[in-house]
Design a protein around this ligand. Structure first.
Ligand SMILES: NC(=O)c1ccc[n+]([C@@H]2O[C@H](COP(=O)([O-])OP(=O)(O)OC[C@H]3O[C@@H](n4cnc5c(N)ncnc54)[C@H](O)[C@@H]3O)[C@@H](O)[C@H]2O)c1
Ligand SMILES: O=c1ccn([C@@H]2O[C@H](COP(=O)(O)OP(=O)(O)O[C@H]3O[C@H](CO)[C@H](O)[C@H](O)[C@H]3O)[C@@H](O)[C@H]2O)c(=O)[nH]1
Length: 331
């Protein structure tokens, strides 16, 4: 099967591309506008089309040329804070861009769609862990764009029988065990790469956004899920679509919660660096605790995770960061 991986030069997409390269029976075509992605992450021999999903003509040309059988959709603007300041950028890229992609799928009769959704659709959850069918009340435009796409997909299935899987990732982190690819966002806003930049001497200290939450040490608790475990879930989701021909939505997390202070402590152990930390005010829009209940993915997809302990996750990220102290850019 030919699988179009939109956003395949980005952090999570590049790890799915690596996972596919270990399997037979699939041909991968990466689409990315390189607004945030890295051409250096693309393995030799994998077809790459530089195109923007918001440019319908270019996307149609890719479908015309490659005739994919399935689409995995990682493209998005992903910064929660920026989405509050510039919501229309988010609705344009994440919603309008996805609509163009779905229209192209309809035109070329492509039936299988795997969508990168997020824990941010749940907002401030009423219960922990967050069940797959928990209430969705996003508290920022980023989360709302993802929930909007989930809703659009329901109607597309009814109208033209597309089959989709929405994968709600919790906090994606870590790096491929080779250390060859990893997380390199610009600007970087995610906790683990920022902590590791301190260990590399690129930042003097890590800021802790609030220590007055109602948690065991006052700092926010998150569910850190390794990017390779996420990659496995994508393959299983595609197999499920092809075999069962049914749409589904799955939470993807480790089921373990770690506080910001615990993640910093884990990084101190892994790197041997003191990693100075300073407490600042809360970051707007941060829920206190986000932990996934991923029972549906475990039961229906048979999804299991290799990485549970945050130290192990941080260790893989550290391997990448040590090999690429400035990310993919040569400096
Ligand atoms: N990183 C996380 O913790 C996390 C958590 C939940 C959900 N997600 C979702 O997972 C997906 C991937 O996230 P990521 O961390 O790998 O982000 P990323 O920015 O590294 O990857 C996104 C890729 O999409 C490309 N892209 C963006 N807009 C495009 C467009 N209009 N046309 C073509 N290419 C475009 C970028 O160049 C980039 O390579 C996103 O949809 C994100 O919302 C991420
Ligand atoms: O310098 C920093 C950076 C982050 N944090 C804290 O660390 C935790 C994790 O923050 P990240 O920015 O790494 O991740 P988020 O939980 O904010 O968000 C991530 O996971 C979400 C789903 O849970 C969304 O999908 C989103 O796209 C993705 O970035 C938060 O409590 C945050 O306040 C700090 O204390 N200091």
């Amino acid at each position: 099967m030919k699988v179009l991986i939109c956003g395949g030069a980005g952090y999570i997409g590049s790890h799915i591309v690596r996972e596919f390269s270990t399997l037979s029976g699939y041909e991968i075509i990466i689409v990315d506008n390189l607004s945030k992605g890295h051409v250096e992450s693309i393995p030799k021999g994998v077809t790459f089309e530089k195109a923007d999903i918001c440019d319908k003509k270019s996307i149609e040309a890719v479908f015309e040329k490659h005739k994919p059988g399935a689409v995995m959709h990682f493209c998005a603007s992903i910064e929660v804070g920026e989405s509050v300041i510039d919501p229309l950028k988010y609705y344009e890229n994440n919603v309008v861009g996805t609509v163009y992609l779905l229209q192209t799928m309809q035109k070329y009769n492509v039936k299988y769609f795997i969508f990168s959704s997020t824990a941010a659709i749940f907002g401030n959850p009423e219960t922990t862990p967050i069940a797959d069918d928990a209430k969705t009340v996003p508290i920022n435009p980023y989360g709302d764009t993802k929930l909007t796409v989930e809703k659009i997909l329901v109607w597309c299935e009814k109208a033209f029988d597309i089959k989709y899987v929405c994968l709600r990732y919790f906090n994606a982190c870590g790096a491929h065990e080779s250390g060859e690819i990893g997380e390199d966002h610009d600007p970087e806003s995610h906790l683990i790469p920022l902590i590791l930049q301190v260990a590399l001497g690129r930042r003097p200290q890590i800021k802790i956004y609030g220590d007055d939450y109602d948690t065991r040490d006052g700092t926010c608790i998150r569910d850190y899920i390794h990017v390779t475990d996420l990659a496995h879930a994508h393959i299983k989701a595609l197999e499920y679509l092809v075999k069962e021909n049914k749409s589904q939505k799955f939470n993807l997390g480790s089921g373990e919660g770690y506080s910001v202070k615990e993640v910093i402590e884990a990084a101190r152990k892994v790197t041997g660096h003191p990693i100075p930390a300073v407490v600042e005010g809360r970051r707007p829009g941060d829920p206190a605790v986000l932990i996934a209940g991923s029972e549906r993915a475990e039961e229906i997809l048979g999804w299991t995770r290799k990485y549970k302990k945050v130290e192990d996750i941080v260790a893989t990220a550290w391997k990448y960061h040590q090999a690429h102290p400035h990310g993919y850019a040569e400096k």
